[in-house]
Unconditional design. Structure first.
Length: 163
């Protein structure tokens, strides 16, 4: 069983103007993990449950819709001039695809939730360049490839590249 909270509680807050991807290390980095993230637009937090895979994602005292449930971690966050964007990893207990992701954009008007995406792996590299958010992960269908998911605040797009 995955541990709900890793010892690393680091969060990456980056300005929207520059690229945040450094040169690739030889192995996949361990993703940061948080249970709570305070923002100017409310506090994004995981409401833990005593039942495995039943934690829920909230902003302040309101559950996010569509509902995001499972073993949840707020892995990365990026600061934009008028918003904050967080990446949430979701483990719903599926043996076929143990982990998926969603972007949450919080701003003064409320929040936006992306569709689920990912190649079922905890191994990720995340970056932000301008308004474009990128997640790289090993392809579950092609072991010699990397799946690249980009999100512009509206649409998640997937492409594949050699390792």
């Amino acid at each position: 069983m995955r541990v709900l909270m890793r010892t690393s509680l680091a969060i990456v807050l980056l300005l929207s103007g520059g690229s945040s991807l450094a040169s690739s290390p030889p192995t996949w980095p361990v993703s940061p993990s948080r249970m709570e993230l305070s923002t100017p637009y409310g506090t994004l937090h995981v409401n833990a449950s005593e039942y495995v895979y039943e934690s829920r994602l909230f902003i302040d005292n309101t559950e996010v819709t569509p509902a995001i449930r499972g073993i949840l971690n707020i892995t990365y966050a990026f600061k934009r001039p008028k918003a904050l964007v967080a990446l949430v990893s979701i483990d719903n207990g599926s043996s076929d695809c143990p982990v998926v992701y969603r972007w949450i954009i919080l701003d003064k008007a409320g929040y936006t939730v992306s569709p689920e995406f990912g190649s079922c792996s905890e191994n990720i590299k995340v970056s932000a360049t301008g308004q474009l958010l990128t997640l790289r992960t090993p392809s579950s269908q092609k072991p010699d490839k990397i799946d690249i998911y980009t999100y512009d605040g509206k649409t998640v797009r997937r492409s594949t590249t050699p390792k």
